[in-house]
Design a protein around this ligand. Structure first.
Ligand code: FES
Ligand code: FES
Length: 158
């Protein structure tokens, strides 16, 4: 199988690898780079477990090819977690029991971070709408919305 060279920035570090053209971004992150915080569920764009930030915008890692990310900047749960960028969201999720099995959680956190990066305090309806592409089979979402809303309010206060 022929390969293509791909260069991107992942969690602030330059990455250069040869990949098969069919390799998805989430497989590249997990299997080539060992960043297993991005999860794989449905593998066809429905569950959202594979969500990562591509140039600051959430994308489905299972519907995005690694070669499409050439020259781009990718952030995964490992990056935003290590940098402390979402420490307040993580704490709010923990405090409000907004996770149970945790399978959806990395993607939920990245999706929430993308929304909160827009600034302001989104309504609960807006939060729910923004999370609509991320399935959680455990929590019923209420606690997740509570956690995100509380962080939005806290960040707005500075
Ligand atoms: S694994 Fe990508 S959306 Fe489900
Ligand atoms: S906490 Fe289990 S799927 Fe969301």
């Amino acid at each position: 199988m022929s390969t293509l060279d791909v260069r991107m920035t992942v969690n602030g570090e330059a990455v250069s690898e040869s990949v098969e053209p069919r390799t998805t971004l989430v497989d590249f992150l997990r299997e080539t780079l060992g960043l297993t915080g991005s999860h794989v569920g449905c593998e066809h764009g429905v569950c959202g477990a594979c969500t990562v930030l591509l140039d600051g915008t959430i994308v489905r890692g299972c519907l995005t090819l690694a070669v499409q990310c050439d020259g781009a900047s990718v952030e995964t749960i490992e990056g935003v977690s290590d940098s402390g960028a979402i420490a307040d969201l993580q704490e709010a999720f923990r405090r409000r029991n907004a996770l149970q099995c945790g399978y959806c959680t990395p993607a939920m956190l990245l999706t929430a971070q993308e929304l909160l990066a827009r600034g302001g305090i989104p309504s609960r309806d807006t939060i729910r709408e923004h999370l609509a592409g991320n399935y959680c089979r455990c929590t019923g979402y209420q606690a997740i919305v509570d956690a995100i809303e509380s962080v939005a309010q806290a960040r707005a206060k500075g």
